[in-house]
Design a protein around this ligand. Structure first.
Ligand code: SER
Length: 341
């Protein structure tokens, strides 16, 4: 029996996976299989062909998927985010690095088995940057991909290293072998800013203060923000994040001058996010109670990123600026979401 061609999404139950499954499910040419340690929400489960419940560290399970399916496209989303990773750095390294290596090896085996290249989409992060202090952060402004690559978290180190692993598989894999095996895994990475979704809440990240503030207000709950009001990092509305992934998948290989691209959206301070939330939910109870340790992580991330390369090479063009993201996506969708719950 022939194996079936599919798209594989790891960490499919997470925030990006949620939006991505909904988007890909409209495309009947791309049946989806998923791999996650937890079962998917029922609504998502119905949209996928097969749901594997298990770990990206389970190489037997990955071999089973290789036996059953022809995978042409991988979205490797599974990861432990930055705050969680600081509590268990060894575990983070295992999941974020060894897990990614397993998936790259899986993609390479897929290529060798079906003879086509496998497009491998990898969400990296602003955590791949590390600014030493606030003065430098202010001076650095919009950082380019090759600047300030000195991550200050285990998660950031893991993401930066896995970008290199992806480049290695794409360009140099087993370079001393008699027959070259590189060039089969078509690795494409995006350094995402903080992502804000109207229908899911992140867990274990350090950019979580913005989405948490919005979702708390929408539910009428008080929220004490764990960073200072002047804290500034880039964010992006989830639909733009999902669009960007889909756009990068279809970009012609020869147009891509980088293996990893910055994406920006808008970069409000935490105080500005609060103002917008108060305008939409008058009377919301949002205070500031900075956690100095988590603050240190966000302070090491750039205030903004330069995403010219993505705009130039594959036409990245986000739909939502700050005002539109809140007015046209976040608030209407969140209000509807909680009123129907
Ligand atoms: N949102 C992520 C985090 O906070 C950053 O990529 O860990």
């Amino acid at each position: 029996m022939l194996r079936k061609p599919v798209v594989l999404i790891t960490g499919a139950g997470g925030e990006i996976g949620h939006g991505l499954i909904c988007r890909l499910a409209n495309d009947k040419d791309h049946p989806i299989i998923t791999l996650d340690v937890r079962p998917l929400d029922q609504a998502l489960g119905h949209l996928v062909q097969q749901e594997f419940i298990g770990s990206i560290l389970d190489t037997h399970l990955l071999d089973r998927i290789l036996v059953e399916y022809e995978v042409d496209l991988v979205f490797h989303l599974a990861a432990l985010l930055s705050t969680r990773s600081e509590f268990a750095p060894m575990e983070a390294h295992l999941v974020n690095v060894n897990g990614t290596l397993n998936l790259l090896e899986f993609a390479q085996k897929q290529c060798e088995s079906h003879g086509r290249s496998v497009t491998f989409l990898y969400p990296s992060s602003i955590a791949a940057y590390g600014l030493p202090d606030l003065e430098t952060k202010a001076r650095a402004g919009r950082v380019k991909e090759n600047e300030w690559n000195d991550p200050a978290t285990m998660y950031g180190c893991n993401k930066l290293y896995c970008e290199h692993l992806g480049r290695y598989y794409a360009r140099h894999y087993k370079r001393l072998a008699v027959e070259s095996r590189s060039g089969k895994v078509d690795f494409r990475g995006i350094r995402f800013p903080g992502l804000i979704s109207a229908v899911t809440i992140p867990s274990g990240g350090t950019s979580d203060y913005a989405p948490e503030m919005i979702h708390a207000a929408a539910q009428g709950q008080p929220y004490a923000c764990f960073v200072r009001p002047d804290t500034r990092i880039p964010f992006m509305a989830m639909p733009d994040g999902v669009d960007a992934l889909m756009q990068l998948v279809t970009a012609p290989h020869e147009k891509l001058n980088h293996t990893v691209y910055n994406l920006g959206g808008f970069n409000p301070s935490a105080a500005e996010v609060r103002e917008l939330v108060l305008a939409a939910f008058p009377g919301a109870d949002i205070t500031f109670k900075p956690d100095l340790k988590r603050q240190g992580i966000v302070d090491s991330w750039p205030a903004d990123v330069d995403d010219h390369a993505a705009r130039f090479d594959w036409g990245y063009s986000p739909r939502y600026d700050l005002q539109r993201a809140f007015a046209e996506y976040l608030f209407p969708t969140i209000k509807k979401y909680y009123s129907e719950k």
